[in-house]
Design a protein. Structure first.
Lengths: 765, 289
């Protein structure tokens, strides 16, 4: 068996030695260079554009604008964005193309002999804009004084609405002995992948317009390019070289369409030279979507025994200028804002709002981190109000096998949340005594008292948990917080889900060589390594003879995206089917024996528009985290001493890669919760660089992250696998907020918990 | 953004470098570690026509004690300062600061001279050298002169060097008996510039403070001394009340501007906190703690 072990990553040596080529490293003879012009206009109508001065810059080959785009629209879930903003240039799209709705709207792509010439030409494109009223935020946009998308059937900036109507709210409130309320604010987050967007494009030897780029779904990139260029998909080829991180930030289009457009148009003029474009960090941060900022008002009721009786919530998500995947992300927020708990009575409304801000879109967790922050903060407040241990309270309410979910249908079989919560609590130091979760020897039901003592070791040997500012011992406080979460694996709400795999067996008497052809994007998570391990196991051969052919639409089938923690789950199923087919062919003496499979999981359903009734998902991951932290109450600085993360992965194909995902997810979530603050004012990102947008550095990270890997099989997962890569991110922020409350007695309903904000709130408290 | 075009020279001697400065006037800039200048050029905040790279000049990187002073060559890297046993043993304020300037990668390149010459109130050395009452040695066409640190910072990014002068050495008086120093800095994350930081160097006689100099980082347009806080200490026995009064004084006399690092109120309050903590630590060190 080649699964359950941790061989080196297939891409390790290339990435360590520098042999691996990322998109910006790619080159071809006679290379041309491109630059993209952003509108830099959060809301304005283009009156006139003049490219003559730019075209006159020596070395400029061509400038392409909206007028060159055959079908001037794109969007992953609805076509609501022009590929290029320009006058009288909708092509065959109903989307008005002359309006820039955010500063990152693209206006032109300039192709030149050198980067410098392209950059010089870009500065000489003259555009006259007519300013339109700005809708910088949700509050302004919901007044509907002006519609951002008058073409949208909703006829409102509040263009999307989900509901949950479950049970009888009056009865729920009547049964409640305690009620806790909260209004929560969640910030944007930048993906901050190492590799800024870049692409190489050319027409290949078979006449296909080809884009080599970093993305998350080759075939969706292909489809979006084909749609805008009005080409059959076979005429478009997308190849992924090494990818420097993605985290959801590469799900939408950046350079895909414009690079294909420039290449295709030049080709039609007889210009065959390849083109490359590399974005700077600033362009990357301005030019791609973010985690959604959002807010939620909510009210939870529970009996004095700790049973939840009612949940009411109203959620607003800032979609930004275009939908991207907002409707799907909001679906997840909607499903998670009540937490992974059995709730008899629920009334939830979620709204997506168009604004002139940077679009919100996919980002590790996909709406669940926002929902979880709200739900788990409520749960921790309930624990306090009830004087109950937070672990015990969760175990009393959490989903278990055969639970009916918030959408009034049973959860998919294999609900392991109770075991996950218990494993996390036990590792963090809780024990069960007399049927109660507590520290041995203590009877108090209070969280602060009954949670185990924070281990002294990390504090004492550090002397100070703060690098630069040793605290005044009198101003240091310690706290512990707990949170748990669930999140879907795979596409939800009826979105067509599938994954293809091809396995080829070579040899005569025995199998000497196996080739797996697959489109899974290796974004750094290790999917190629895991897929190879699964292919070797499915065929029953040693790992060493399995070769990979990956991520090229000309030779590999549609795998769906690397997102929604789905790839190991989906690809594993597809690989098992393909391996079985190939082995059958082998028995039938075909050489090479080729097995191809297209796996589809059980169907899902959209939410009922009035009640939310549905079977929204076919699988879930479950996770719990416990955080120990120190806070300096004078300066507001927080330092994480220890994070315990228990994650049910079903079956650990490669345990070391899983630990990597846990540690990476925790650090990324620490940035979300504490250090990262995207400043967006009047539709503009004011800190598009890492000197001002602060991701955690090596000395900011927790002193210890302990992974507890559970292997409770998902009955439908290959070898029992569950998806896991998003899970460690999700509960960290509310666990930190709970620990901060434990330390200070103050609830924080807003992140990031930057020192200034924490200090101010503690001073006012 | 791409920097503008410039000429580049790498002189072998200080005299050659001064000659080049004289030749090119204020269109020329010295580049040392390049960790402030190159970013400024990238954003076109600095547009030098000529770059004079002094990394090729020998004999400007040293840390040694002589004649009652610590002598630091202008081209000494922050990482050398950080690793110096001499600094760690006797110059606690400097050792504190060296650990928290930028990150290790930047510290391998960045120089002490560049940090001061840049005259950026966000940099950590200005406050440190103000607290130490250091002296800066400049070389020009007519030889060397010593500039007291109190006279060195003229305006934001503007120092007292003439266009044709090079900073060659920093001299810190060796702390006498009963003295101690400390640097406390609060950053948003490790490696960032300070939200606020305080440098303290003081002398104690028993529990009474007999001398004190205090410098503040990143809470004013020009690197500043907290003279009000100094006065709150000098001649007094150190009590909690005195500490608080000194912290309050620093909070009042500083002049921060609001930015992504925080509001004015937060920065003032942090200045109070770091000043108190730095003083307390300096006192403990002075008293042999
Ligand atoms: C990511 C990052 C984080 C940073 N964080 C911090 C921090 O937390 N604290 C901090 O203090 N600094 C920080 N810095 C700044 C860093 O310490 C700089 O290197 C330092 O301020 C300048 O030193 P340098 O040798 O690089 O000077 P350069 O950039 O080479 O020069 C800076 C200026 O000084 C002039 N100059 C240099 N040497 C001389 C000389 N001998 N005589 C006359 N003029 C001279 C130059 O002409 C130029 O105007 C950071 C820098 C970076 C890139």
């Amino acid at each position: 068996m080649s699964i359950g072990i941790s061989p080196y990553r297939v891409d390790a040596s290339g990435k360590v030695t520098g042999a691996a080529l990322f998109p910006g490293d790619l080159t071809r003879p006679q290379l041309l260079h491109a630059k993209v012009l952003f509108s830099n206009q959060p809301h304005a109508r283009m009156v006139r554009m003049d490219t003559r001065a730019a075209e006159a810059v020596p070395g400029v080959i061509a400038i392409f604008t909206a007028a060159d785009v055959p079908v001037n629209e794109y969007g992953l879930t609805m076509f609501d964005q022009p590929v290029l903003v320009g006058v009288n240039a909708n092509g065959r799209s109903p989307v008005p193309s002359d309006v820039s709705r955010w500063e990152g709207d693209q206006v032109a792509i300039i192709v030149a002999e050198t980067e410098a010439a392209a950059a010089a030409a870009r500065e000489r494109i003259n555009i006259e804009w007519e300013q339109l009223p700005l809708l910088p935020d949700i509050d302004t946009a919901v007044r509907d004084e002006i519609l951002l998308h008058p073409e949208h059937p909703a006829q409102s900036n509040r263009y999307h609405h989900y509901k949950i109507r479950k049970g009888d709210m009056a009865a729920g409130w009547a049964a409640a002995d305690v009620i806790v309320e909260g209004e929560y604010h969640l910030p944007n987050q930048e993906h901050a992948y190492l590799q800024p967007e870049a692409a190489l494009s050319y027409v290949d030897e078979q006449g296909r317009v080809t884009v080599e780029i970093a993305g998350q779904w080759t075939h969706e990139d292909q489809a979006q390019i084909a749609h805008a260029l009005d080409l059959p998909p076979e005429q478009v080829r997308v190849i992924y070289p090494a990818i420097g991180g993605a985290f959801g930030g590469r799900e939408d289009m950046s350079l895909q369409i414009v690079m294909a457009l420039a290449t295709w148009k030049l080709h039609q003029r007889g210009e065959m030279r390849p083109i490359r474009c590399i974005w700077s960090r600033e362009e990357s941060i301005i030019g791609h979507h973010k985690r959604h900022r959002a807010r939620a008002k909510t009210r939870w009721g529970a009996t004095k025994e700790g049973k939840i009786t009612a949940v009411e919530a109203e959620v607003y998500m800032d979609a930004g200028a275009y939908n991207y995947t907002t409707n799907k992300v909001m679906g997840n927020f909607h499903l998670t804002v009540g937490g992974p708990y059995e709730i008899p009575n629920a009334h939830i409304d979620s709204y997506a709002v168009y604004t002139n801000s940077v679009p919100g879109g996919a980002f590790r967790g996909f709406g669940a981190p926002q929902g979880c922050f709200v739900a788990e903060s409520q749960m921790n407040k309930l624990a306090e109000a009830l004087g109950m241990n937070p672990v015990a309270l969760r175990l009393k309410n959490c989903y278990r096998e055969n639970s009916i979910g918030i959408t009034q249908t049973p959860l998919p079989a294999g609900v392991s949340l109770p075991q996950v919560i218990e494993a996390c609590a036990a590792k963090a130091g809780w024990q069960v005594a007399g049927g109660k979760w507590q520290v041995a020897g203590e009877e108090s039901p209070n969280l602060a008292v009954s949670s185990p003592p924070i281990s002294q070791s990390p504090i004492s040997n550090l002397q100070s948990p703060f690098q630069s500012l040793p605290p005044n011992p009198a101003t240091l406080r310690f706290g512990r917080g707990f949170a748990c979460a669930y999140k879907n694996i795979g596409y939800s709400f009826g979105f067509p889900e599938r994954c293809e795999a091809t396995i080829e067996l070579y040899g005569a008497g025995s199998v000497e060589r196996v080739v797996l052809k697959h489109s899974a994007a290796e974004v750094g998570q290790g999917t190629h390594t895991a897929l190879r391990q699964m292919a070797a196991t499915a065929v029953g051969v040693p790992l060493e003879i399995v070769e990979l052919v990956m991520s090229d639409t000309a030779v590999t089938g549609d795998s769906g995206s690397v997102s929604a923690s789905r790839m190991t789950w989906m690809a594993g199923n597809a690989i098992q089917l393909a391996a079985a087919a190939a082995k059958q062919e082998w028995t039938d003496e075909d050489r090479p024996a080729i097995g191809h499979a297209r796996f589809t999981p059980p169907a899902t359903e959209p939410l009922n528009p009035e009640t939310g009734h549905s079977t929204p998902n076919f699988a879930y991951g479950y996770v719990a985290e416990c955080v120990d932290l120190a806070v300096d109450i004078e300066t507001g600085h927080i330092h994480l001493l220890r994070v315990v993360c228990a994650d049910d992965v079903g079956k650990a194909i490669n345990p070391r890669l899983i630990e990597g995902q846990v540690e990476g997810g925790v650090v990324q979530a620490l940035g979300y919760a504490v250090t990262e603050e995207l400043v967006v004012r009047d539709g503009r990102v004011l800190n598009p660089r890492f000197s001002t947008y602060l991701i955690p550095g090596v000395r900011d990270i927790p002193d210890a992250v302990e992974s507890v890997i559970l292997e409770i099989p998902d009955p439908r997962g290959p070898w029992g696998v569950r998806g896991m890569a998003e899970m460690p991110f999700i509960p960290l922020a509310p666990a930190i907020a709970a620990a901060l409350h434990d330390a200070t007695g103050v609830w924080f309903n807003e992140i990031p918990l930057t020192p200034g904000k924490v200090a101010a709130k503690l001073r006012d408290a | 953004m791409i920097p503008g075009e410039f000429d580049y020279h790498s002189p072998r001697t200080l005299q050659e470098a001064v000659g080049l400065l004289q030749q090119h006037g204020d269109g020329a800039k010295i580049v040392a570690g390049g960790q402030s200048l190159i970013p400024a050029m990238r954003f076109r905040l600095a547009l030098p026509e000529v770059l004079i790279d002094i990394n090729t000049i020998d004999g400007l990187e040293y840390i040694r004690e002589d004649d009652g002073h610590l002598m630091i060559g202008a081209l000494t890297r922050e990482s050398d300062l950080e690793e110096s046993a001499l600094v760690q043993q006797k110059y606690h304020l400097l050792a504190d600061a060296a650990r928290v300037i930028a990150d290790p990668v930047v510290r391998n390149r960045a120089t002490v001279g560049g940090n001061l010459a840049h005259a950026d109130p966000a940099n950590d050395h200005p406050a440190v050298m103000l607290a130490y009452n250091a002296e800066l040695i400049a070389l020009g066409p007519h030889g060397t002169r010593a500039i007291p640190i109190d006279d060195f910072f003229v305006d934001l990014f503007e120092n007292a060097l003439a266009d044709n002068e090079i900073l060659t050495e920093i001299r810190i008086p060796t702390p006498g008996p009963g003295s101690g120093g400390a640097y406390y800095k609060v950053e948003r994350k490790v490696g960032d510039y300070a939200i606020s930081a305080t440098a303290v160097q003081l002398t104690m006689n028993g529990n009474t403070c007999t001398a004190a100099r205090i410098g503040l980082t990143n809470v004013s347009a020009v690197p500043m001394r907290a003279t009000g806080a100094e006065q709150a200490l000098i001649g007094k026995p150190i009590t909690n009340e005195v500490l608080e009064a000194a912290g309050q004084a620093a909070a009042t006399e500083c002049d921060p501007s609001p930015d992504l690092r925080g509001s004015v109120a937060y920065k003032r309050d942090l200045t109070r906190v770091v000043t108190k903590r730095a003083i307390r630590q300096a006192v403990e060190r002075a008293q042999g703690g």
